[in-house]
Ligand binder design. Structure first.
Ligand SMILES: NC(=O)c1ccc[n+]([C@@H]2O[C@H](COP(=O)([O-])OP(=O)(O)OC[C@H]3O[C@@H](n4cnc5c(N)ncnc54)[C@H](O)[C@@H]3O)[C@@H](O)[C@H]2O)c1
Length: 369
């Protein structure tokens, strides 16, 4: 049976890398994203993607987005620990209710496997380094709690309903297309952007806190391995490089790569963040055959290069060429909007996916999602 992939959060940083990888292999890909943090620019090299603009918490949207889908990469989530401290409601409903909604309808739809983006944050302050999957979780923030809920929902869906799921606990992912701009941006893009702009960077705490910084290509590889494997159903796997770098090591690496003077402002350590984090990836190696290919220094080099190349590229505020898009946000549908649907660069507002399909039969296009 031919495969058809759904990538939730596919307009975000990691999801867009997965979607583009699949498309480059000639696969059929649909993206579901509410664009709360996703960007059209992330999909500009994703010709043929079919993008549904809608929310994971909406049952109808999810049901329709899953129509014809055989495999799901579930990346959508409200990220960021600090954001979850200021708005735990959005984090919990998006990440937990949204995941439940997705898994429930995936089961009804006969989806073969769902690979769930988990997080190393579930380990929190539990003793034991490097992190092994057998350690008890000890989340320190609403975000970490929501990620723990996600993976447990996956496990329960496998055990009780027979829906095959695998959770990958990512360790601090970085790379091209990661957003440096938001208040809640991750540390590497934030630092690179500040250094490029000649601004000081801010470190919360001593700078000795450490992370297993993982280049995004490794995460795509782990997702593909997890999807292809016949093993690991209902289980969790660490995905990292198995290394540990402090924030001061990171600054050092950036100084060498970017060849710029870096000034640092130190502020008080933030609550909710674990002090150190390092993955033991033996389980992913053994069961999924995962092996990281791009390590920290090379990942930094590639990321800095991408930021320098795209420095002056304008943000895309509308749908890139060769992408089918539709909105399932429940907005009013004008017939005139739908009747001209084909491969167009501007955003279209549709009422339902079945309507979209009917219209597409009337207006066949060479690029199908
Ligand atoms: N980046 C990391 O270092 C890291 C580390 C551990 C885990 N993760 C997990 O990996 C996944 C992807 O993270 P990312 O860094 O690409 O983040 P991202 O914010 O770039 O991507 C997440 C995407 O999900 C979308 N989204 C959020 N809520 C939604 C909703 N209710 N309905 C539909 N779409 C919604 C956003 O618009 C965004 O495009 C997330 O599940 C995150 O928790 C990321």
């Amino acid at each position: 049976m031919a495969r058809h992939y759904l990538v939730t959060g596919g307009a975000g940083f990691i999801g867009s890398h997965i979607a583009k990888h699949l498309l480059s292999q000639g696969e059929k890909v649909r993206v579901l994203d509410n664009f709360s943090n996703g960007k059209w620019s992330n999909l500009k090299d994703a010709p043929g993607a079919h993008v549904v603009e809608g929310d994971l918490r909406n049952r109808e949207t999810v049901r329709e987005s899953l129509d014809g889908i055989t495999h799901v990469f579930h990346q959508a989530a409200v990220g960021s620990v600090p954001r979850s401290l200021t708005d735990p409601f959005e984090t919990m409903t998006s990440n937990v209710d949204g995941t439940l909604n997705l898994l429930w309808h995936a089961k009804d739809n006969g989806v073969k496997r769902v690979v769930i983006a988990g997080s190393s944050s579930v380990y929190g302050d539990t003793p034991g380094m490097p992190r092994v999957e057998t350690l008890p979780p000890s989340p320190l923030s609403p975000y970490a709690l929501s990620k723990l809920n996600q993976e447990l929902l996956g496990k329960i869906a496998t055990r009780l309903y027979g829906l095959d799921t695998v959770t990958l606990r990512y360790f601090n992912v970085f790379g091209p297309f990661q957003d440096p701009g938001s208040e809640y941006a991750a540390v590497i893009p934030k630092f690179i952007q500040a250094i490029m702009d000649g601004r000081p960077i801010t470190i919360f705490g001593s700078g000795l806190q450490s992370r297993d910084f993982t280049y995004v290509e490794n995460v795509v590889e782990a997702n593909i391995r997890a999807m292809e494997s016949e093993k690991g159903g209902g289980e969790f796997f660490n995905v990292g490089c198995g290394e540990k770098y402090s924030l001061l090591d990171l600054v050092d690496g950036l100084q060498r790569t970017m060849k710029r003077e870096i000034s640092i402002k130190f502020k008080k350590f933030r609550p909710g963040d674990p002090f150190e984090s390092q993955a033991d990836i033996s389980k992913a190696r053994k069961v999924l055959g995962f092996e990281p290919k791009v390590y920290f220094e090379e990942g930094l080099r590639r990321t800095v290069e991408w930021f320098s190349e795209t420095k002056n590229s304008p943000e895309l505020s509308s749908v890139p060429q060769n992408i089918h898009s539709q909105s399932l946000s429940g907005l009013a549908t004008k017939k005139s909007d739908v009747s001209s649907l084909s491969c167009r660069p501007e955003r279209r507002t549709m009422g339902s996916l079945s309507y979209f399909k009917k219209e597409r039969r009337k207006h066949p296009s060479p690029i199908q999602g």
